[in-house]
Every structure is written in C-alpha cells, then in structure tokens.
Ligand binder design. Sequence first.
Ligand SMILES: Nc1ncnc2c1ncn2[C@@H]1O[C@H](COP(=O)(O)OP(=O)(O)OP(=O)(O)O)[C@@H](O)[C@H]1O
Ligand SMILES: [Mg+2]
Length: 405
Amino acid sequence: MNGELFSTISVETWVSVVFLAGAGLLLIWHGRQLRRSWETVRVLQQRLARFQVLVEKSSDGISLIDPEGVILYASPSTTRVMGYTPDELVGQDCLDLVHPEDRPRVQTRLRELVSHPERDVTVECRCLHRDSSWLWLFCTGNNRLDEPGVRALVVNFRDISARKKAEEELLASRARLQALSRQLITAQETERRKVARELHDEIGQVLTLVTINLQGLKSSCSEEAAGRIDESIATVGQAIEQVRDLSLTLRPPMLDDFGLASALRWYVDLQKQRIDFEVQLEAQTSGERLPGEVEAACFRVVQEALTNAARHAQPRHVWIDLTQSEEEAELTIRDDGIGFDLPEARRRALQGGSLGLLGMQERVELLGGSFSIETSPGQGTVVRARLPAQSSGSPEKEGEEREGA
Ligand SMILES: Nc1ncnc2c1ncn2[C@@H]1O[C@H](COP(=O)(O)OP(=O)(O)OP(=O)(O)O)[C@@H](O)[C@H]1O
Ligand SMILES: [Mg+2]
C-alpha cells in the first residue's frame, strides 16, 4: 500500500519536498544564530556601557599613550583631575606636562615600562594643571602594547597633592625639631662647660683660700681648736675634691684637649673608685681626631650607659669598646646585669618618665649615626652606637664646640 503511494508521487514533487524541508531547517538554524548574535551584541553593549560609566565616573584619570609618550586617548575623568578636556590632550607628549625636575625620573620609568612589559610601573611626579598650578600625581603604568585592540601603554593617574603637602609639612616640622634639638644639645654642652669652669675656677679657688686661711689660724689657737681646724681642713679638702670631680664630669677638658679615648680612660678610672663592679675599656684609635660634636656625643653615650649600668643593672662586669677611625667611631657598652624590658622602658621614656635612653639615641641620630640597644630581662644589656665623622652639622658649630673648651 505504501509502496503504491510512493510510486504515484513524481520525482519533481520529491525534490520540492526535500528542498522545502532543507530550507525550513536552514531558516530555523539561521534564526537561532541570529538570536545568539543579538544576545552577544546585547551583552557587549551592556559591557561597553558599564565600561564607559567606569571610565567617565572614575576618580582616577585613565589614558593610553604610545611608547614615546604621545597621548592616544584620555578618559573624560582626566578633566576632573587635571582640568584639560580629552581633546586637548590627545596628540600631546605627556612628558611636556611633567615638571622639568621630575621629567628624567618619569622618562626612566617610561623606558622601564616599555622594556619590561611584565612589570607594572609606578611613579609620583608633578604635572601641570590647566589652571597653571602644579599637581602631584601618582601614576601606574601597564604595558598593553602586544594586546590586539589596545596596542598602547595604559596609564592611571590620581591626584595626591593633599597627601604630598601633608608629607612635606611633616618633613619640614621634623627638620625644624631636629635643628632645635641640635641647638639645644650644643647650648647644653656650652652651658656645662661654663658651669664646669665656674665650679673649678670660682668655688674651687674659694675653698682653697679657706684651707689656706684655716692653716694660718692653726698656729695661733689652742690645741683643741687646732684639732677642730684640722677636721675642717679635711672636710674642705673633700669638698674641693668633689667640686673638682663634678667640674670634670660636667665637661672633661681632656675631651677637648686630648680626644675621646683619653677622656674615656679618665672617666672610667674615676668611676672605678665609686662602683663595685669591674669596668674594662678597650680603645682602638687611628690617632686622628673626630669632630668635637661627634666626640662629645660618644662621651655622653658612654657616660649615660655606664651610669645606667651602675644604677639599674647590678652587673659584675661592664665592657666598653671604642673603635675610632678617621671615618667613624663605633661604640659598644655591654653589661652582664639584669637586663630590662626595652619596649616598656621606651614607652615610659616617651611619656616623660626618663631621659637617658632617648637622649643617647637623639644625640647619635642627629649626627647621622645609628643607635641600638639589645636587652631582655635576665640577659644583660648591649648599647651600640656608630657615628660618622662627617656629621650633617655645620663645620662652624663643630669648631665652636672645640674652641669653647
Ligand atoms: N643597663 C641597664 N640595665 C638594666 N636596666 C636598664 C639599663 N639601662 C636602662 N635600664 C632601664 O631602662 C629605664 C630607662 O633608662 P633611662 O636611662 O632612660 O632612665 P633612667 O636611668 O631611669 O633616668 P635618667 O632619665 O636619669 O637617665 C631605666 O629606668 C631602667 O629601668
Ligand atoms: Mg639613665
């Protein structure tokens, strides 16, 4: 039955049926393809719109530049950052907008960005705003020269002028504080020298005169009174000794006359009479003198570290090492005492609880040196200071420091 039906349909009819079926399938397939393409276009349009919003509303400026620095594209947000419209910037050499002092640095970073595509490059530089003021910009560059459709260096930039101004103010106020500290230290040394001289010359002389007078009186008085006078002479003698020591400790003249190593030897010998632990001083010097400021700072560091050891450490032994060359002085003061909690001591010192540790550090760092303390409870203490001969102080001041002795 079916065979009969097929045989009655002509070949042309069969061809038409097959053709129509094929065309129908093709249409369906095309329709699907079209729907997919529309979907793709819609997604792309959405992405483009988002991208545009991001670029336009971004607080950063975004630009594309070629390897020579010529601006190929500038985002609308550039106007917010730098005042220029994108059209004003496209075609310009971006280096023309950079402050002349910063240009070599920016050029170097640009070359780095081109030659090392794998690295992101950042730079901070001053750029000319449209209103002729200088802006500080933080720029990040990203090499997309090999990316089809981009073929440029992508540069994001952000206005950091407010941060830079705050940093500059902070640096200026730190410099002012440092200058003030230096002046205070110099004034303190000058004052010590003056007081030391007055103690020695004025009070020392008066006490010596009292001794001479007392001795003169002795011959003309009773035996009992002479005994009292002898006691007084001995007491005044002790006072003379104390005034002398005090005067020398305030500002040892040998520090100015014979140098650091001699002053330290004298100081350690003096302390040995007062303390109940061993002190060992090793001084290796090239024989050359260091600037007065540096020698004074080293002396004060040893003085404070040894006083601290005597007051707080309960040591059996203290070792002082000085290595002095034409270039620098290196000091180590080590004790085998009880040690201490350094962060806690620093915290107390910063709240005004003490001056010694901060004073040592301040003196050394003001002269461009480095200072450190190693300690912990039960471990003893090591104080280290390294001071360069070429301090950042003015030569006049250094001269003054020695001359005034
Ligand atoms: N060598 C040391 N061994 C043990 N403790 C120490 C030593 N050096 C310092 N310290 C501790 O650190 C604290 C701070 O020392 P710092 O020299 O600043 O102050 P201070 O000696 O107490 O007073 P000053 O201001 O007169 O120097 C001391 O009070 C002490 O507790
Ligand atoms: Mg102290």
